[in-house]
Design a protein around this ligand. Structure first.
Ligand SMILES: [Zn+2]
Length: 141
């Protein structure tokens, strides 16, 4: 079972100085799967950062400056869609924030992500983005 970050800590362990013991102890399988996910995220981060070549994949701003940390955006989130280089892109902090807030619109972001995956030849992701774009456009009319 996947857990959201908000459910990971119990109120007993938060701020109490206790390290994940007692009632919030997780099984070995859960800990291993978190470790595997973290390793997987690291591999995806490195691949996407190489693909982005030092630029935000939305606004193309140079991310090489110290004050511009590249941020990996899981376009569809991390819960319902398996993470991959195809379903993520590297954004600058400003773009990541605007995307998270759906500004200017969710439809606009899906349209831009659709163009992004088309540009990189990610056929399966492009089909999914197109399908979601059609759905989002039908809801926004
Ligand atoms: Zn940007």
């Amino acid at each position: 079972m996947k857990r959201t970050p908000l459910r990971r800590k119990s109120t007993l362990s938060r701020g109490s100085g206790l390290k994940r013991s007692g009632p919030v102890r997780r099984s070995a399988d859960t800990r291993r799967s978190r470790a595997v996910r973290a390793q997987e995220t690291g591999e995806i981060y490195r691949a996407v950062r190489a693909r982005a070549a030092g630029h935000c994949e939305f606004c193309t701003i140079d991310l090489g400056r110290r004050d511009r940390t590249p941020e990996l955006d899981h376009f569809w989130g991390r819960v319902k869609v398996a993470q991959s280089a195809e379903s993520t892109w590297m954004l600058c902090r400003a773009c990541h924030h605007e995307k998270t807030e759906n500004r200017p619109t969710r439809v606009d972001w899906i349209r831009r992500f659709h163009l992004h995956v088309l540009r990189h030849g990610y056929a399966a992701e492009a089909i999914e983005a197109y399908r979601k774009l059609q759905w989002a456009q039908s809801k926004s009319c």
